[in-house]
Design a binder for this molecule. Sequence first.
Ligand SMILES: NC(=O)c1ccc[n+]([C@@H]2O[C@H](COP(=O)([O-])OP(=O)(O)OC[C@H]3O[C@@H](n4cnc5c(N)ncnc54)[C@H](O)[C@@H]3O)[C@@H](O)[C@H]2O)c1
Length: 358
Amino acid sequence: MPDLQINQAPALPESSCPIVAIGAGGIVNDAHQPAYRKVGFETIGIFDLDQGKARATAEAFGIARVFASLEEAVASAPPDAVFDVAVPAKAILDILPALPDGAAVLIQKPLGDDWEQAKQIHALSHQKNLIAAVNFQMRYAPYVLAARDLIERGAIGELHDLEIRIKVNTPWHLWPFFETLPRVEILYHSVHYLDLIRSFFGEPQSIYAKTVKHPQMEKLASTRTNIIMDYGDTLRANITANHGHAYGLEHQESYVAWEGTEGAIKATIGLLLNYPKGEPDSFEYCLLAEGQDPVWESVPVEGSWFPDAFIGSMSSLMRYVEGSSDTLSTAVDDALKTMALVEAAHRSSDAGGVPVLI
Ligand SMILES: NC(=O)c1ccc[n+]([C@@H]2O[C@H](COP(=O)([O-])OP(=O)(O)OC[C@H]3O[C@@H](n4cnc5c(N)ncnc54)[C@H](O)[C@@H]3O)[C@@H](O)[C@H]2O)c1
């Protein structure tokens, strides 16, 4: 297929909704606002408990209003506003009760700090009839959209293997709050991969996992994880994440790989390599042709996970609100299933493996 056109861009809304931003922290400045600026989504006002951060973000991105309180933000929101909530997970339950019933809201992942909070956020969203989606935006990274396009067209045949392998040096000290949390790696990082695998394979029958500390990062609950998602005897889905590879870039790895009966795809997640500088993404695919040696084609990646994937998660919500799409792919109902996998992975890790007989 020499002239294969591969889609890497999300579907955009026909007309965008005004955004009211709650939270003006790192991810809002690094990804939310740069993404919205790229496609012209307007943020009409912002609120953060830290008013200095709200003012600085408003100034950096040309946001007209800084709200002095959550109540003021809600009262000032037009009826077609989308609330873009990007606060620490434990604060989500402080914010949702104040939103108008029936409001559209995009909630930053994870859906709470544990399974109990996830269930409470889910229940509250339903009680208030919120049109609530969770920002599991990796599904909209350009290389993931490209892979999905090829897979949905049947280019690699029947998808039967999905592997995510991360071996990088993550500077956890940039986020001191992690030292206070009982769950770190799976809840805050591998959760993206659990969600991504679900988006291709659906719900696994069960999960095997082991998450461990690093001897030089004793204050962090865990920074290295292996997860096997059990889809029966023919599909394989694996996540291996090692965030303590402090030995230079040479042997760092960061990729998603899909294998099918007629081809394979490999995408480099450049964002995580050499963090926070990052390295380029890559996207390669190989389509088997009878009688020929396998050949890998390389396609330039247009954009990256940060910020481009954040266009997709917001667009998906706006498209659902305006009625141009009848699916809300990361709705709270769906996100709760990803959180259930986080819970199952921790239970598996705590329970341990099968004892060796001798
Ligand atoms: N790829 C991703 O999806 C991704 C990446 C990074 C962070 N995150 C998530 O985004 C969330 C925020 O992360 P961050 O890195 O921006 O953190 P941060 O600490 O830089 O910012 C959080 C902000 O929320 C504000 N805040 C806290 N409680 C609030 C409340 N009740 N009302 C209004 N503002 C409040 C704080 O003042 C702070 O400015 C976290 O849950 C994190 O997991 C997601």
